[in-house]
Design a protein around this ligand. Structure first.
Ligand code: DGT
Ligand code: CA
Ligand code: CA
Length: 568
């Protein structure tokens, strides 16, 4: 479905037009964006059937733009505007009081492209000096930057999950508590979370709530009730605790795991079967059909069990009806980590320490893939380092039992798409990971071509963090993913699901799309310390949210089969 992307581009074009006071066309583009946003049909189907101009607000001109976007992935006009104003629109627009006109002014006068730039100039009182801005506007901007940062301020799953688990464990200590489950977006393993939702089984809710609202992690109590309490945690997000009786816990867990979209779909389905589903159970008339476990409820509705990671959209319901849910890659299915840094480049721990930690994790193999070649951002190995590291790996492979260390490198993809390291050197490695590491952003076509070129190099096995996003501040590269996935599949290049909490790249929806293109994927930690090796489960969660099965993930293979697919 390209609907989101098309709507987004139309909306952005409207922003650019607003910069130039072209209000008539602004209105037309906004209306069209809105129409596309709210379509229930796939815009590609509508286009194929020649019905674009039947949509409200879409005339000949905009229909042609949409066609172009569907065909090429972007619009030349849009690309031209972006070059003219290379600013982070999403971030800047989220600051209250900053609209397209202000963005234009700030860019022209001060070169403001990002929230950080905006804050820099506001703090130094550069903004008040611009004609048409003034002290008041500057002060308002400064106040609202923080707010914008907080509001987009959904928290990262990788940072909040340990906190949620800690609260769960603290509640479990109580004698009156039978079970605590984390529900909501965290249970679904969504990459960012709005708050923490905890469900408790207990027959003494009073004691649970008294204890909960007095935990040291709590900053402020918003509501304290017998069945539900909400607090603000010191971490800066809310935590809800709800208490239930054991016999309805499955229904509660199902409801409060969501997503809202899935709940709506399930409720509709229950109604179609002459039943009623709520957080209190599945009912037929007055009679309770199922409530104590999720499994029972799904079964009673004729559905296969839907794993929480698949509950983001209603799609899983259709698959559960027809018994077509994927057999998801499991949290214990990963046999090794193929992207690990040591202090030979910018890692914190020694190579040997990293290997020991991998052995602790029960891996059969790992690949050290330190940076090499020219990188101005971080320490990087030269040819001599690579030789010496190789000797050390030989020594460790002699010494260690049950685990094999592969010799890898992480090379940087240069501006022409070639790794900036000699191919004869790459040929000698067991595996080569290639990634873009410069902050420089090229346009859609150029960026896509660079990546495709990199994949066509036969020494490159893995593309690391393919869209190079960093949450929250760095948006993903604007890439033609269809082209990237096609090339990956044709060249037998493996795309990484990077488990770093700020990356999770490829992200879930792209994982799903890559699999449709028959791409093979690899889940890596990209660890720069022993501790970060433990992030792997976040990458696995992302893979599961992208419907990935074991056969889609090459590091679920044992060493022998892995070496076969690496084909070196
Ligand atoms: P979040 O907190 O924004 O990351 O996302 P969720 O999904 O955790 O949302 P939250 O905390 O508002 O609610 C938890 C779950 O409770 C949600 O996934 C589904 C269920 N729920 C809450 N409010 C509603 C509602 O108004 N309608 C339906 N159908 N379900 C709801
Ligand atoms: Ca939530
Ligand atoms: Ca909540």
């Amino acid at each position: 479905m390209q609907n989101e992307r098309v709507a987004h581009i139309l909306d952005r074009i409207a922003d650019y037009m607003e910069m130039d006071d072209d209000f008539f066309r602004v209105k037309a583009y906004r209306r069209a964006a809105n129409t596309v946003q709210n379509l229930s049909e796939d815009i590609e189907t509508i286009n194929e059937e020649g019905r674009l101009q039947e949509l409200p607000g879409i005339g000949k001109h905009i229909a042609a733009k949409i066609e172009e976007i569907l065909e090429t992935g972007t619009s030349l006009y849009f690309e031209k505007l972006k070059k003219e104003y290379p600013v982070d629109f999403d971030a800047l627009l989220s600051v209250e009081g900053v609209g397209p006109k202000t963005i234009k002014l700030l860019y022209k006068e001060l070169g403001v492209e990002t929230l950080d730039d905006l804050e820099h100039h506001a703090r130094r009182h550069h903004i008040r000096r611009i004609k048409g801005m003034g002290d008041k506007k500057e002060k308002q901007i400064l106040e609202n930057i923080d707010l914008a940062r907080k509001n987009t301020g959904r928290k990262l799953l990788g940072h909040i999950l340990p906190l949620a688990e800690s609260i769960k464990h603290q509640l479990e200590v109580l004698k009156v508590v039978k079970t605590v489950e984390i529900a909501g977006s965290i249970r679904r393993r969504k990459e960012t979370v709005g708050d923490i939702d905890l469900l408790v089984i207990s027959d003494n809710s009073q004691e649970v709530m008294d204890y909960f609202v007095n935990l040291p992690l709590v900053e402020e109590v918003i509501v304290k009730g017998p069945l539900k309490s909400t607090v603000i945690l010191k971490e800066g997000l809310d935590c809800d605790v709800r208490v239930f009786e054991e016999d309805v816990f499955g229904a509660a867990l199902m409801y409060f795991t969501g997503s809202k979209e899935l709940n709506v779909e399930l409720r509709k389905m229950a109604i179609a079967q002459n039943m009623k589903l709520s957080e209190y159970g599945l009912f037929q008339g007055e009679e309770m059909v199922a409530a104590s476990t999720e499994t029972e409820i799904f079964q009673a509705m004729g559905l296969d069990y839907i794993p929480p990671e698949l509950r983001e959209t209603h799609e899983a319901v259709e698959a559960a009806v027809s018994h077509k849910l994927p057999d998801l890659i499991g949290y214990n299915d990963i046999k090794g980590d193929l992207h690990i840094h040591s202090n030979w480049s910018d890692g914190k721990n020694t190579l040997e320490d990293m290997v020991w930690e991998c052995q602790e994790l029960g891996y059969e193999y790992l690949a050290i893939a330190d940076h090499c070649g020219y990188l101005h951002v971080t320490r990087s190995m030269d040819e001599k380092d690579i030789k010496n590291q190789s000797t050390e790996i030989d020594r460790l492979n002699e010494k260690m039992e049950n685990i094999t260390i592969l010799k890898g490198l992480e090379v940087n993809i240069g501006p022409d798409g070639n790794p900036d390291v000699d191919n004869t050197l790459l040929q000698e490695m067991d595996l080569v990971v290639a990634g873009i590491h410069s902050g420089e952003r090229k346009d859609f076509f150029e960026m896509t071509q660079i990546m495709v070129n990199a994949m066509e190099n036969e020494n490159v096995n893995i593309i690391s963090h393919p869209t190079n996003r960093r949450m929250p501040e760095r948006p993903e590269y604007d890439l033609n993913l269809d082209k990237i996935f096609e090339a990956a599949s044709e060249t037998n290049t493996f795309l990484e699901i990077n488990s770093n909490p700020v990356r999770l790249d490829l992200k879930d929806v792209y994982v799903k799309k890559a699999i449709q293109y028959n791409c093979k994927l690899v889940i890596n930690s990209d660890a720069h310390s022993q501790n970060q090796l433990h992030n792997m489960h976040l990458g696995i969660a992302t893979a599961r949210r992208g419907w990935a099965e074991k056969e889609d993930i090459i590091n679920s293979l044992d060493l022998k089969d892995l070496l076969k697919v690496l084909n070196r």
